[in-house]
Write a protein that binds this ligand. Structure first.
Ligand code: 13P
Length: 255
């Protein structure tokens, strides 16, 4: 049985004070819900402060990126070892990293391997652009992103994948539940081909792109969708708690 998973990607939002305030507002509500894995991913500079606030609780912490080297002359970068002490999860290959920072297959695969080496759980993001979607190339693009991002990785156990169609991110134009379910089902089949059916059945695959408390049930009620990677709506405490709460309710019914 795959435990539902909701992560909030705060992106480049919140100062340390604002991050502390936001997590203090959502934490009591999140702690009431135990049947869903809940993760908040604030900016690097707030990880230590947020860690203190949620210490010993069922709400977990993730980073939004990492560099693959352990240490050295890489000005401005953050290493897996630095994060391993602070959090349990790390988002890798987000489309904003691909689009604005030129990240692609080989770098992403090195980052996934670096995370796994220090027992950080990667949340690997894949997703197609609008023109690729309109040209009917979604499966081809996503399959290639999976193949290149997972190249050289023999153990995919524990990995989390997020399907985030780029045209749905921050646009208010979410995919439909059926569309997302179809592509996520395809991602699961691809994992079967790359690894095995048992790994594919255990791996959690999330939908991301304009998820909020008003549309989350459309996604969560789909059989292939195990949760959500939430951007904008994770910056509002009651929205994020509402998303987690509805996920718990829907997944307990559809189990
Ligand atoms: P939005 O929920 O703001 O569309 O962002 C989605 C996302 O990119 C999460 O990683």
């Amino acid at each position: 049985m795959r435990v539902p998973f909701i992560a909030g990607n705060w992106k480049m939002n919140t100062t340390v004070d604002e991050a502390v305030k936001l997590v203090s507002e959502m934490h009591p509500g999140l702690e009431k819900i135990t049947s869903v894995d809940k993760v908040v991913c604030p900016p690097f500079v707030s990880l230590a402060a947020v860690k203190e606030l949620i210490k010993g609780s069922s709400t977990k912490l993730g980073a939004q990126n990492l560099y693959f080297a352990e240490k050295g002359a890489y000005t401005g970068e953050i290493s897996p070892l630095m994060l391993a002490d602070l959090c349990q999860f790390v988002i890798i290959g987000h489309s904003e990293r691909r689009q604005y920072f030129g990240e692609a297959g080989e770098i992403i695969s090195k980052k996934v391997q670096a995370a796994l080496r220090v027992k950080l759980i990667p949340i690997l993001c894949v997703g197609e652009k609008l023109e690729e979607n309109e040209a009917g190339r979604t499966r081809e693009v996503v399959a290639e992103q999976l193949r290149s991002s997972l190249a050289g990785i023999n153990e995919a156990d524990g990995l989390i994948i997020a399907y985030e169609p780029i045209w749905a991110i921050g646009t208010g134009k979410a995919a439909t539940g059926e569309q997302a379910n179809e592509t996520i089902g395809f991602i699961r089949q691809s994992i079967t081909k790359l690894y095995s059916d048992s790994i594919a059945q255990n791996i959690r695959i999330l939908y991301g792109g304009s998820v909020n408390s008003a549309n989350v049930t459309e996604f969560i009620s789909q059989p292939e969708i195990d949760g959500a990677l939430v951007g904008g709506a994770s910056l509002k405490a009651d929205e994020f708690v509402g998303i987690v709460k509805q996920t718990a309710e829907i997944k307990s019914i559809t189990k």
